[in-house]
Write a protein that binds this ligand. Structure first.
Ligand SMILES: NC(=O)C1=CN([C@@H]2O[C@H](COP(=O)(O)OP(=O)(O)OC[C@H]3O[C@@H](n4cnc5c(N)ncnc54)[C@H](O)[C@@H]3O)[C@@H](O)[C@H]2O)C=CC1
Ligand SMILES: O=C(O)C(=O)[C@H](O)COP(=O)(O)O
Length: 368
């Protein structure tokens, strides 16, 4: 059994070796020649799994250590007997941390108080649910848009995309990239959507670049229909539109899901899926992220917004924005060499005053 593994997937080295020949490659080097005699591929979003890569190969199983799977031609794989799996929900909390910290950074600017603002969440799956919870916790009103769920569940919980466009101060996209079908999301936010905005919202995209028509977004920003842009995913990654990048409030290189917790979850889920497929049993409990460098957050030094201080101490997206702005051409390098980021539950806050303790605990912080 031969397994090819993307060498940017952390915490996996040594785990599959007792059961198979395992070879590690940079994503750019995972090509037809490399995969031809492999049985299993363990990849990320950077390997397009389609006829061009796989036709004539021995590959029978693909595991992607990611939530999204738009890089896999699922129809072609299905027709050609290739089983695949993703890692649902693995880094959903990481994206939640990204969105909350981006919103709290925005709040630090004068006159953008989050409490009382209306946020529209488009796509309410693993990520959208967490974002909705966090936004309610900070006193925002939340509108949910998810037509596939609305068809199956109590549709009164959901609103139309038109209502989101008209009523929201902030709109955030958390759908998969669907290129066709009744729930097509390609350019879901296009010129028509932006023309229906009424409240000059902040637009956030951390789903896939192509869910938002980047040109139409920029035009809406230029004309004043959009007040701020927060972008983690871009059309034509890794070639980011320089003009867009210089105008966004937060602009990051597709790292919203890059907490070490999310990466470890992804590795664990994929190792479990692969081992099930191979009919073997592997102990994945040792796949754990390292502790944060500074696990203690002292709130006695923070006078103003306690929540923002605690959240931004775990992750401040303005640092990733500055790094990308300084060198847009290093988009993939910044992702490949991403530093250690841990989620809220890896931190203990000290000297929180009693009125903040419940909220901090709900977010997952340890409180001393
Ligand atoms: N920037 C990053 O680092 C990351 C990006 N992602 C992206 O976020 C997406 C969402 O992740 P999850 O919430 O975990 O996926 P999920 O599959 O749990 O939820 C997606 C939701 O979108 C809904 N949806 C589908 N089509 C829709 C449409 N046309 N309009 C509105 N809603 C629609 C689905 O019904 C579902 O409830 C992923 O597919 C991936 O592309 C995920 C993780 C990290
Ligand atoms: O999980 C997803 O879906 C994502 O978009 C990832 O966070 C990006 O994953 P990589 O392919 O860069 O590992």
């Amino acid at each position: 059994m031969k397994i090819i593994v993307d060498n940017k997937i952390p915490y996996i080295k040594g785990i599959l070796e007792p059961f198979a020949d395992v070879e590690y490659y940079a994503p750019a080097d995972i090509n037809r020649e490399v995969v031809c005699d492999a049985d299993i591929l363990i990849i990320r979003t950077r390997t397009r799994c389609n006829r061009e890569l796989l036709d004539g190969s021995k590959v029978r199983y693909i595991g992607t250590a990611t939530i999204g799977y738009d890089h896999i031609d699922t129809e072609w794989c299905g027709k050609n007997g290739i089983v695949w799996t993703n890692a649902p929900g693995c880094n959903a909390s990481s994206v939640g941390q990204y969105i909350l910290s981006s919103l709290l950074s925005l709040q630090e600017r004068k006159d953008f108080v989050l409490e009382g603002k209306v946020i529209g969440i488009v796509g309410v799956g693993n990520v959208g649910r967490i974002v909705a919870d966090y936004c309610r916790m900070v006193g925002m009103e939340v509108l949910l848009n998810d037509p596939p769920r609305a068809r199956l569940e109590d549709s009164t919980c959901f609103v139309s995309l038109d209502e989101v466009a008209k009523e929201c101060d902030i709109i955030t996209f958390h759908t998969p990239l669907n290129k066709s079908g009744m729930d097509c999301t390609y350019h879901l936010a296009g010129a028509d959507f932006f023309s229906r905005l009424r409240k000059r919202p902040v637009i956030i995209n951390s789903s896939r670049g192509e869910v938002v028509d980047n040109r139409a977004l920029y035009n809406a920003y230029q004309s004043g229909n959009v007040s701020e842009m927060i972008l983690d995913c871009w059309e034509n990654e890794p070639d980011v539109d320089d003009v867009l990048l210089s105008n966004v409030f937060i602009g990051t290189p597709h790292i919203a899901g890059y907490s070490a917790d999310g990466k470890a979850n992804a590795t664990r889920q994929i190792v479990q899926a692969v081992s099930r497929w191979m009919g073997i049993s592997i102990d994945t409990s040792l796949i754990q992220p390292p502790a944060p460098v500074f696990p203690d957050i002292d709130l006695s030094l923070c006078s103003d917004n306690i929540l923002a201080s605690a959240v931004l101490a775990t992750y401040d997206p303005r640092n990733d924005t500055a790094a990308l702005r300084a060198a847009p051409g290093t988009f993939e390098k910044l992702r490949g060499e991403y530093g250690l980021r841990r989620e809220f539950n890896a931190y203990t806050v000290h000297h929180a005053v009693s009125r903040d303790i419940e909220l901090l605990q709900k977010l997952g912080f340890q409180v001393s």
